[in-house]
Design a binder for this molecule. Sequence first.
Ligand SMILES: [Zn+2]
Length: 339
Amino acid sequence: MARSPAAAARLEAVAAANRLHADLDLRRRVTEGQGFVDVFEAIGDLDIPLVFKPLDSALGLCLPAPLRGIMVTTRRGLHIQRFTAAHELGHDTLGHEGSVDQEILERGPNSPTDGRDLHEVAAEAFAAEFLLPRWLYRHHIQAQGWTLAHDLRRPETIYQLSLRMVASYEATCWGLLSHQILPYEQVRELSRVKLGDLKVGLGEGHKPRDSWADVWKVTERDHGATLVGNPDDLLRIELDESPSSGQRWGVEALGDQDWELLADRSQFQTSPVLYGAPSRRVVVARPLHGGLGRVALNERQPWATGLPNAPSFEIAIALQGPEQPGLSRIDRQRLGLNQ
Ligand SMILES: [Zn+2]
């Protein structure tokens, strides 16, 4: 059967995104680095001018060569800014004429195509593949030890996966389908979930001040990671500890690191009750200022503080929210300008 023009346009766009990953060595950079595709950095690597402006009438636009440049609105959240930039990068990479985009679908190969401009279909497929390639899903699924049969069927897991890839929950769901990680029925089910209830559960009854802000759940497996999100995001930390031997995580340190402690409890295994078994320390905290920082915790024994081999947990925090008018943060950093 002959391929439809839309299917052919998508295939070409996906191949172009994969070529660009290879040209920029992104797979290695991402999996050994921050764990998400930094599209703003990639645009800078390609020497394409990128600027953010408070556009009301469009999410983004791109100027064709010889002018060449990408503009993205500051009126939307970071996930949409990233998808818009990747979409415009798609128009540029695929050699399309200039484009002004008012609406962008994040579904990539799963977007409806009836009567749609093939350039738009291609740019959407490019953006989805560029930001959310199959290898990025595999990287996080393996790093977290998530299983296909159990964990990936739970919206909680997909939500945490989306945060680590710095993408929306919905875009993450559709990537599961286009990469054939989960079947359509399951993805549709997952994509219908309302995130509000999930956030309240993760926050132990507390929720972010802004409805679009997120609740991160981090564990031992996230040691060394960088969280990229919004200044109002909440942090839920779950770590094993052995209270029976006096070992407790020094969560008071969060206060010195500019976090407000909202909840702190220990979760014990109840069936069967195992005396002396490790328990799970669950802490929920709110950043007082957002921005850049880190969370560093040590497990302490009351009689031997500062043991060299005491378990420690550390993550970097980049809760800066959407890009602001002007150059991207990464471009400012490269130019040595203050953020
Ligand atoms: Zn477009």
